[in-house]
Write a protein of this length. Structure first.
Lengths: 145, 161
């Protein structure tokens, strides 16, 4: 592995979450539409104090990180909550994890590799408007690729 | 020149698309794997991932598109990472169960739905070739084209040996 004097081989973990209650949007329907909803984030911790948080976006300030995004939605909807969560930016292929009220047969966390992380709903069929926070959180580990 | 050092974990990541099934629906399909691996030394061909020796590897796979047929909600099936040459599963299977809410007729098995494996460099002589497949004891699977279920992935992480 090549040496880069700008990097040290230790782990930089970044955590961000929302400490206040947040209500999801309310929508019912049978079609899947593009949506533009951003989950709130108001708190950040990291092991080397290199990341920042502004406007619900975590910024690793020039270093790529592997990000994991997760929410917990306890709402109900007559047709089931059906939407996906994903990160707005991703250097790799699109990854959107389906949030399905009725069944748990897929990974419901989303992932990206990028220097920034903003957690979004971009695809939606139905959502109940439930209050979810503080169960919105992201975790990043800087990998510098 | 002044350098400002940044800590980075010494591993690389690629995402591969894991979507529609090829092979034997409705029972035991092999899942389709597509995409490129610009960051790791893994290669992809014919729905198989080949990992060369020289690194440790962490593989995570989550089906999104394959589900049970509409009239058969109560199902239990397993997502496996399968070593093609050894003809054996590696790592832990994803446990996938479905039931109708409020019904006591569905399966209650719960576990992580993601199949995952840590493959050590010492387990690889030259390379290891993997595929992702589903074993469905009761059959009744279908591939969903639902727009919310198109973006499942296999995460390929190459770790320093």
């Amino acid at each position: 592995m090549s040496y880069d004097p700008r990097e040290t081989r230790s782990s930089e973990f970044i955590y961000a979450w929302e400490s206040q209650s947040q209500s999801l949007p309310t929508r019912s329907g049978s079609t899947i539409d593009n949506y533009n909803y951003t989950f709130n984030l108001d708190t950040i911790k990291d092991s080397h104090t290199v990341a920042t948080l502004a406007n619900d976006e975590v910024n690793a300030n020039g270093v790529s990180a592997l990000w994991v995004g997760d929410i917990r939605d306890s709402g109900t909807n007559s047709t089931g909550n059906q939407f996906s969560i994903e990160f707005e930016d991703n250097d790799l292929i699109r990854m959107a994890s389906n949030q399905d009220e009725r069944w748990a047969y897929r990974d419901d966390q989303c992932y990206s590799v990028h220097s920034r992380a903003k957690l979004k709903i971009e695809l939606i069929r139905a959502v109940s408007g439930a209050t979810i926070a503080p169960y919105v959180r992201i975790l990043g580990v800087c990998i510098g690729q | 020149m002044t350098y400002s050092t940044r800590p980075v974990a010494p591993f690389s990541v690629d995402f591969l698309r894991l979507y529609a099934a090829s092979g034997n629906l409705p029972t035991d399909p092999i899942l389709t794997i597509t995409g490129t691996t610009p960051n790791t030394n893994a290669t992809v061909s014919s729905n198989e991932i080949t990992l060369p020796a020289g690194s440790h590897w962490r593989i995570e796979a989550s089906n999104q598109a394959v589900t049970s047929q509409d009239s058969n909600y109560s199902e239990l099936f397993f997502l496996d990472i399968y070593d093609v040459n050894a003809a054996a599963n590696v790592g832990f299977a994803g446990v996938i169960s479905e039931s109708i809410p409020g019904s006591d007729t569905g399966y209650l098995t719960r576990g992580r739905a993601t199949a995952c494996a840590l493959i050590l460099n010492s387990d690889i002589s030259t390379s290891i070739t993997l595929r992702v497949q589903i074993i469905a004891p009761s059959g009744n699977l279908k591939t969903s084209s639902d727009g919310l279920k198109l973006y499942g992935i296999v995460k390929v992480m190459e770790l320093p040996a």
